[in-house]
Design a protein around this ligand. Sequence first.
Ligand code: PBG
Length: 332
Amino acid sequence: MRPTQAAFPATRLRRTRQSAAVRALVQENSLSVGDLIWPVFLRDGEDVVEPVPSMPGVNRLSVDRVVQAAREAHALGIPAICLFPYTDPSKKTADCAEAWNPDNLSNTATRAIKDAVPDIAIMTDVALDPYNSMGHDGFVVDGKIINDETVEALVKQALSQARAGADIIGPSDMMDGRIGAMRSALESEGFKDVMLLSYAAKYASAFYGPFRDAVGASGALKGDKTTYQMNPANSDEALRLIERDLAEGADMVMVKPGMPYLDICRRVKDAFGAPTFAYQVSGEYAMIAGAAQNGWIDGDKAMMESLMCFKRAGCDGVLSYFAPQVARLLNA
Ligand code: PBG
């Protein structure tokens, strides 16, 4: 129990808010560049910087440009970059074979970044949706997303990413049993240090809309993802998922989306004490960047506040499209 506080005027809580100096002393949480993972969108071609219309300020980058972006991110002190490929519709098939092609866009970019900027950590995404003509994260048979066959394919995808040099593999598919399957495949292939950051508590969210535009999945997706992603009404279920994924060998866990789910971040951190991340997703980015563009909010302040709130909620780090902008402000 909390000791009782002295009554006013012995206690004046404004005393410790009176100046910047005192506010700094009593500040409970802090945000640093080391907390950031920067998600970037890839596309093929050379010297291409293609704006994503629903995410003002975010571009799809060709491999040469993403190498440059990784170099800039590393110079800013950002520890990790996370790759999401825009896949040409002609490479999307029902068997999703492009997902484990050693020379697909994600693997090509991984090798190029490793070569040029070896000290930045590379995170990759495991899920079939960029490669699936049905737009789902798993195989679709008779209108159902089938679990076990999907997991076998995800293991192939994860191994191809590890072979390309990925440091952190991020399964975002929400199939059952995939963390254990990937962990044992990685161990038996000798990838003992490859980390798994599980998108363990990933909700079926409307806030992913701009991302699906960015990776070209919006048109392909038939139906919704509610049979594998979580119901936004649930909280205990998130703890069961996190507990399961940690038990299967996840090194780090994620809650996604971020800002509407800060209560989940706090519960997860308190319950497990594991490295906990949140994903400030595309729709959250679009709301802040779009409102700022219209002059409705102060974009820099809203951005910094939103990221600090993840730290207050117990997160160790945040995936955010704002990462380079945040880093520049923190370094200023
Ligand atoms: C797909 C995936 C999604 C995101 C990351 N990986 C979208 C989805 O599940 O439909 C969303 C990221 C964002 O909105 O920024 N496996």
